[in-house]
Design a protein. Structure first.
Lengths: 95, 489
C-alpha cells in the first residue's frame, strides 16, 4: 500500500493538521510502511467473527438526571487561550 | 543504606517504630533528586514545597495517632505521578507542547485515592508525548535516561515513572499502559509494573490516548509495594463508565501463599528468533525457579500472537485520532493566534502543538477511519481482536497464569529506533496483545545481562484475577534476589 502525497494531504486536512513539504514526504513513506505491515491481517478470514469494541463488556450505566452546581467554571475558563467574561473567544466563524 | 533506597513496606516499619519521620524520608528523596535528576531527567514538574508541608502533616498525624499508618496505607510516602494524570492546580502537560501550560481544575480519581491514602506528591513525571512511544524519546521536554545506563532509554511511555523509582527519586509511581507502557519501562529498569484488568482502575481524570485499551497501574520496587499501590488504586468509580463494579480482594493475603501444583502456560509464539540470547537464558532460569516452587510449566500456543501489533496500530491510532480532536486551541492548551480564520487556527495550533509521533498516529488513525476504509481496517482489526482474546481464554481453561518475556531485548541506546517507527512499535510485541484482550499482566525482574542491564518476565492472569499473578510473582520474587538490586548512579 503506497500512499500518494495527495492522499497524505487529504488525511492531514481531515485531521486538521498542516504539513510541511518535508513532512508530507516523510509521512507518505512511513505511513505506507506501517500500512504494509498491517496488510498481514488480510491473511485471516474473519467474515464470521464478531468484532470486539471493548475486551471487557460493561453494561451502559445510567444515573438519575439531577441538576448540580458545577464550581469549576472559573478554573476551566482559566485555561482558555482567549476569553471574554464567561465565554471562550474564537475568530469570527460566519462571514 | 540511605532512606531513598528503601521500599514502601520498609519505610512503613521505620515510621511505625518512630525510627524515621516522613520529613526525613521526603528530604532524603529531594536530596537524591538534587544530586541525580540532572542526569536522569525523570520529572517535568517538582512540588517540593507542598511535599514538605504534606510530610509535616503526615508526621503530626502519626504522632497523634500511631494507628494512622494502618488506616492510611501510603501515609508519609513520597510518590511520583505520570504527567497524564490530572492534578488540581498542578501543571499537567502530557509531555506535549499543546498542554504546556495546562492547569487541571480537579484531581483524577486515581490521584485522589493516593492523596486520600496519605501519599506525599513528589512531582509530575516525564513520559512519551500523549503516552505514544516505547522509549520516552517523544517527550516535548526531552528524554528521560535509564538509571542503569544513562546512554540508554528507560522504556516508554511511562519512562519518567520508571526512571524516577529506579533512581531513588520516589518510592513508587503511577503509569498508564495502552500497549505496554507500564510493563516495558518497569522491565528495562528492574522494577515491578502492573497493568490491571481493563476496568479495574478508574481512568477518570487521566488524559485519554486509546480509550478501549488504556489502563492505570503502579510501578514499584517489589511485588509487596506494587500490590499495596494496586490495592489503593483499584475499585469501581461511577465517574468512569468503563470501570467495573466488582469488589477488590485483599491482595496482601495472597502474598506468601504457595503456587505448588499451579499450571503455568508458556506460549511458544513468545520465544522468537530475534530474541536477545540473554533474555532467552533468563527466561529459562525463571522457568526453573517456578518449577522448583512446585508449579507445572506447560507449553501452550497463542496462534494469533503475530497479528497483535498490526491490530493494535489500527485500533489505538483510530481511537487516538478521535480522542485528540479535542486539542483545537479553543478551550485550553496551545493556540496560534496569528490567523483570523477558524479552520486555520485549528490547523496551525495542532501542527505547532503536537510532536512528530503524535501527528503520525493521528494521521494513521484518521486514515483507517476515513470513508471507504473503515471496514478494511478498523472493523477487521476489531474482529482480529476477538481472535486474540479467544486465544487467551482458551489457555486459561487449563492454566492458572501465563508466563512470557516482557521485551525481546534489554534497554536500547538512545536514538536507536527513532528513525524507524515500525521498529519502535515492534518493541511492544510481547505486551500489546494483553491490552487487546483486556487482561491483567505484570512485569518483574528476572535477571541481568553481563553488562548490568535488567531483564524482566511477564505474568498474565484471567480478567479480574490480579491476585493470581501477584501470588505467583511474590513466590518467584522471594526465591530470587533480582528485585533487591539498585542502579548505581
Amino acid at each position: 500500500m503506497k500512499l500518494t502525497h495527495e492522499q497524505v494531504l487529504k488525511i492531514a486536512d481531515l485531521a486538521r493538521l498542516e504539513l510541511s513539504k518535508a513532512e508530507v514526504e516523510k509521512y507518505a513513506e512511513q505511513l505506507s510502511a506501517i500500512l504494509d505491515h498491517v496488510e498481514a491481517l488480510n491473511e485471516l478470514n474473519v467474515n464470521d467473527i464478531e468484532p470486539t469494541a471493548h475486551a471487557v463488556s460493561v453494561p451502559t450505566p445510567l444515573r438519575a438526571d439531577v441538576a448540580r452546581q458545577d464550581e469549576m467554571l472559573e478554573k476551566s475558563l482559566g485555561n482558555a487561550p482567549d476569553r471574554e467574561g464567561p465565554f471562550f473567544k474564537v475568530p469570527k466563524v460566519l462571514g | 543504606m540511605e532512606l531513598f533506597e528503601l521500599t514502601i513496606h520498609q519505610l512503613q516499619d521505620l515510621l511505625k517504630n518512630k525510627k524515621a519521620s516522613s520529613r526525613e524520608i521526603t528530604e532524603s528523596v529531594f536530596k537524591r533528586i538534587q544530586s541525580v535528576e540532572n542526569k536522569v531527567h525523570a520529572y517535568v514538574t517538582l512540588t517540593e514545597e507542598t511535599a514538605l508541608q504534606q510530610a509535616k502533616k503526615a508526621d503530626e498525624k502519626i504522632s497523634k495517632n500511631g494507628g494512622a499508618i494502618h488506616e492510611l496505607p501510603l501515609l508519609g510516602i513520597p510518590i511520583g505521578i505520570k504527567d497524564n494524570f490530572l492534578t488540581e492546580g498542578i501543571k499537567t502537560t502530557c509531555a506535549s507542547k499543546i498542554l504546556n501550560n495546562y492547569i487541571p481544575p480537579y484531581n483524577g480519581t486515581a490521584v485522589q485515592k493516593l492523596i486520600d491514602a496519605g501519599m506525599i506528591l513528589v512531582g509530575k513525571l516525564n513520559m512519551d508525548e500523549f503516552a505514544m512511544g516505547s522509549s520516552n524519546e517523544t517527550s516535548y521536554f526531552g528524554v528521560s535516561r535509564n538509571p542503569w545506563d544513562l546512554e540508554r532509554i528507560p522504556g516508554g511511555s511511562s519512562g519518567g515513572s520508571a526512571a524516577a523509582v529506579a533512581a531513588g527519586e520516589g518510592f513508587a509511581s503511577t503509569g498508564t499502559d495502552t500497549g505496554g507502557s507500564i510493563r516495558l519501562p518497569a522491565c528495562l529498569t528492574n522494577l515491578v509494573g502492573i497493568k490491571p484488568t481493563y476496568g479495574r482502575v478508574s481512568r477518570y481524570g487521566v488524559i485519554a490516548f486509546a480509550s478501549s485499551l488504556d489502563q492505570v497501574g503502579p510501578l514499584a520496587k517489589d511485588v509487596t509495594d506494587a500490590a499495596l499501590m494496586l490495592q489503593t488504586l483499584a475499585g469501581y468509580d461511577p465517574k468512569d463508565s468503563t470501570s467495573l463494579n466488582l469488589s477488590v480482594p485483599d491482595y496482601k493475603k495472597v502474598l506468601g501463599q504457595s503456587i505448588k501444583g499451579w499450571k503455568i502456560g508458556i506460549p511458544k509464539e513468545y520465544f522468537i528468533d530475534g530474541m536477545d540470547p540473554e533474555v532467552a537464558k533468563s527466561m529459562q532460569a525463571a522457568i526453573s525457579v517456578l518449577k522448583r516452587l512446585g508449579a507445572e510449566c506447560r507449553d501452550v500456543s497463542l496462534p494469533h500472537t503475530n497479528y497483535g501489533v498490526p491490530t493494535y496500530y489500527i485500533l489505538a491510532t483510530a481511537e487516538a485520532s478521535s480522542n485528540l480532536a479535542r486539542y483545537d486551541g479553543i478551550r485550553f492548551g496551545y493556540r496560534n493566534s496569528e490567523t483570523k480564520n477558524l479552520v486555520n487556527l485549528y490547523k496551525k495550533s495542532r501542527s505547532e502543538g503536537f510532536g512528530a509521533e503524535v501527528k503520525r498516529r493521528i494521521m494513521l488513525g484518521t486514515y483507517v477511519l476515513s470513508a471507504g476504509y473503515y471496514d478494511a481496517y478498523y472493523l477487521k482489526a476489531q474482529k482480529v481482536r476477538t481472535l486474540i482474546r479467544r486465544d487467551f481464554e482458551e489457555i486459561f481453561k487449563t492454566c492458572d497464569v501465563i508466563l512470557t518475556p516482557v521485551s525481546p531485548t534489554p534497554a536500547w541506546k538512545m536514538g536507536e529506533k527513532m528513525t524507524d517507527p515500525l521498529k519502535m512499535y515492534l518493541s511492544d510485541i510481547f505486551t500489546i496483545n494483553i491490552n487487546l484482550a483486556g487482561l491483567p499482566a505484570m512485569s518483574l525482574p528476572c535477571g541481568m545481562t553481563p553488562s548490568g542491564l535488567p531483564i524482566g518476565i511477564q505474568l498474565i492472569s484471567k480478567h479480574f484475577e490480579e491476585e493470581k499473578m501477584l501470588q505467583a510473582a511474590y513466590a518467584y520474587e522471594q526465591a530470587t534476589e533480582w528485585h533487591t538490586r539498585r542502579a548505581k548512579l
